[in-house]
Design a protein around this ligand. Structure first.
Ligand code: IPM
Ligand code: MG
Length: 360
């Protein structure tokens, strides 16, 4: 039987609960489609760090990190806990995975499954169906920051946005390939702020150059402020958008809301051909932790993206189809409505996956 080796880091807050539901769904799909989603469970989280003397080297121990490289995929629940300094565990786990595995693409689909989930008046599933390609290893996240005269009146703090030709080019190229593969509006929109952040000229030039290799794909452009406005006003204009790390972070939370909320939006952090990372885009939501109320749909859809990446295309489509059926038929009453327990949604998706598979 085909095995998919998954390094599982459930993380903080609601991470473990939503991860568990995703894994149940992967197991059910595996039984049907003949693969085994074999997990190595890593306990790394804020709690783990607290339990191990708050040592930096215990956030994601190097030996475990080396092991992770030997998996097909990494699955992450969520990271973030107010008991640790802001950003410390996020950098130690999420950013470490993204940077050290060189996961240069953060692929974030924004897809509305049912009109009732969209807060925008009159927008239908065909209007909200785009993919945001977020450059994932550079920009403001590159980690080049510093302070001078810390704590003094004249303190200075800086953080440098870093763009390399290679980093920009591989993100843009991925976006053009994705637009071709989707075959929808065959458009890539570059989202930047080149009118104020002059270094974004490297995006402008690289986009034009790479775009010439794709004469079948239209090139579009929006400054990030306008892009935020257009995503609300005319989401149907977007097919594939490519943008910097920070702008992608911001726009995909906005995108999550127009597809039904944080409980539904999933993502893939990719280095095509290598071990890649799958996660819901939501955070750890500490106030809902342990209450069995978090919506696991985003986590389950991240699992569907993982299967697609690992070659189980049919299983992946079935899981997405199951979620879609449950939302359209109103059996899942909505995302984040408080109508369902986390485990109950997991039960429904598992049952629906089985029923779809039985029908074909
Ligand atoms: C995301 C998150 C992370 C990010 C945080 C938790 C560091 O918001 O994946 O979108 O900013 O990349
Ligand atoms: Mg974010």
């Amino acid at each position: 039987m085909k095995e998919i080796k998954i390094a599982q880091v459930a993380g903080d807050g609601i991470g473990p609960e939503v991860t568990e539901q995703c894994m149940r769904v992967l197991d059910a799909a595996g039984e049907i489609y003949g693969f085994k989603a074999r997990r190595t469970v890593y306990p790394f989280s804020t709690q783990y760090w607290l339990d191990h003397g708050q040592k930096d080297e215990m956030i994601f121990p190097e030996e475990s990190f080396r092991e992770v490289r030997g998996h097909d995929a990494v699955y992450l629940g969520a990271i973030g806990d107010p008991r640790a300094p802001v950003g410390k565990i996020e950098y130690g786990i999420i950013a470490k995975l993204r940077f050290e595995l060189d996961l240069y693409i953060n692929l974030r689909p924004i897809k509305l499954y049912d009109e009732r989930l969209c807060p925008l008046k009159g927008k239908k599933p065909e209007d909200v169906d785009m993919v945001i390609i977020r450059e994932n290893t550079e920009g403001a996240y590159a980690g080049m920051f510093g302070f001078a005269h810390k704590g003094q009146k004249l303190e200075v703090a800086t953080q440098t946005m870093v763009y390399t030709r290679e980093g920009v080019e591989r993100a843009i190229r991925f976006a053009f390939d994705k637009a071709r593969e989707r075959g929808k509006r065959k458009t890539v929109t570059l989202i930047d702020k080149a009118n104020a952040i002059r270094a974004h000229d490297i995006w402008t030039r690289t986009f034009a150059e790479v775009g010439r290799e794709y004469p079948d794909i239209k090139q579009d452009h929006a400054y990030v402020d306008a892009a935020g406005m257009w995503m609300i006003k005319n989401p149907e204009w977007f097919d594939v958008a490519v943008t910097t790390n920070l702008f992608g972070d911001i726009l995909t939370d906005l995108g999550a809301m127009i597809q039904g909320g944080m409980g539904i939006a999933a993502s893939a952090n990719l280095h095509p051909g290598r071990v890649s990372l799958f996660e819901p885009i939501h955070g750890s939501a500490p106030k809902y932790a342990g209450k069995n109320v978090a919506c696991p749909v985003a986590a389950i859809l991240a699992g569907s993206m993982l299967l697609d990446y690992c070659g189980q295309k049919e299983a992946s489509r079935t899981i997405e189809g199951a979620v879609k059926d449950l939302l359209i038929s109103g059996r899942i009453k909505g995302v984040g409505t408080g109508d369902h327990k986390t485990t109950e949604v997991g039960d429904m998706v598992v049952a629906e996956v089985r029923s779809i598979a039985a029908r074909v």
